[in-house]
Design a protein around this ligand. Structure first.
Ligand code: NAD
Length: 286
């Protein structure tokens, strides 16, 4: 359903790779809500992914850029303003990558070249975008910027590895720039901390299927899907959330405030094979 929440707004969406990508869903929803935007990803991702289909569907121009490269980011912002005919109202950072995760390096045996790359691609790129945009005065007043994060920034999750450090830095950058942009230009900067989701990046974390089952059992509302994440992003890009800034906003069905649930405990008890562990028959029995 469309509410025209983004009618007349111009945006840049970084990170759609294929139809599973959270950024892809955001682009589809932004288009439904009347926005005009450009799309960006690396030249390799554009060549091997299916981004062109998304561009055709939404009438968007694709602007290639490695998000760690300041010159290429300058080009994205300048070209976007030319193509869209004015300053930018919203921007999505939906980018993450760790070679340590991909290569199965443990946290106590990190490759430091990979670690630096993880930080640059997954966190510092957000700083680079915000700094480039500020120098070019690319954002309109009352604009909105969102980056996607994960609860591993606050809590240790087995196998999330150096991406946890990247997400902690990403959220900190959102707060630091949120102050500057809010103070000077009334522009808000937030992160959304999303449930684990089966995307290309998500599938890079070994055992993601079991993690998704665990968080589904732990979350009173269940895991948030990529489509639901897109809906949330749209509200933050809209004028209905003008005083929300410098926040890390959990979009996880309640997972981040849970300790143990009936459903997760039931599985745990079974796995213990323990005759004294009596399973409650109904959630409200305990
Ligand atoms: N999938 C999950 O479980 C989950 C949960 C919470 C947060 N997130 C975050 O959501 C965001 C989007 O990930 P996704 O799950 O949609 O996966 P995805 O694989 O679809 O998207 C990741 C994107 O990052 C891009 N990218 C990688 N290196 C880049 C670079 N140097 N320059 C520019 N782009 C680059 C990839 O090409 C890809 O399009 C990421 O920040 C991810 O950490 C994902």
């Amino acid at each position: 359903m469309s509410y025209n929440l983004l009618k007349g707004k111009r945006g840049i969406i970084f990170g759609p790779l294929d139809e599973k990508s959270i950024a892809w869903k955001v682009a589809e929803r932004a288009w439904e809500e009347g926005a005009e935007f450009t799309i960006s990803n690396t030249p390799t991702a554009i060549r091997f992914g299916t981004v062109k289909e998304l561009a055709e569907k939404t009438g968007s121009v694709i602007l290639p850029a490695d998000a760690t490269n300041v010159k290429e980011l300058e080009n994205v912002f300048q070209s976007s303003m030319e193509i869209l005919g004015g300053k930018i109202d919203f921007m999505l950072h939906s980018i993450g990558m760790s070679m340590n995760v991909r290569k199965g390096r443990r946290y106590d045996d990190l490759d430091y070249n990979y670690f630096v790359k993880t930080m640059d691609i997954s966190a510092i790129s957000f700083h680079k975008m915000l700094q480039v945009a500020r120098k070019l005065d690319a954002f309109n007043e009352w604009g909105s910027v969102v980056a996607l994060s994960y609860v591993a920034a606050q809590r240790t999750l087995f196998r999330y590895n150096d991406m946890a450090d990247a997400k902690a830095a990403l959220e900190s950058i959102a707060r630091s720039f949120g102050y500057i942009y809010g103070r000077d230009r009334k522009i808000r900067v937030n992160t959304i901390s999303q449930s684990p989701t089966l995307t290309t990046a998500g599938s890079g974390v070994k055992g993601i299927d079991n993690l998704i089952d665990f968080t589904e059992r732990m979350s009173p509302l269940g895991n948030a899907t990529a489509d639901e994440c897109a809906d949330y992003c749209i509200t933050l890009f809209s004028d209905l959330t003008r005083k929300v800034t410098m926040q890390n906003l959990y979009h996880d069905g309640g997972f981040s405030n849970m300790g143990m649930s009936f459903s997760a405990m039931a599985v745990y008890n079974r796995s213990l094979d323990c005759p004294d562990c009596i399973e409650p028959e109904e959630p409200w029995d305990d």
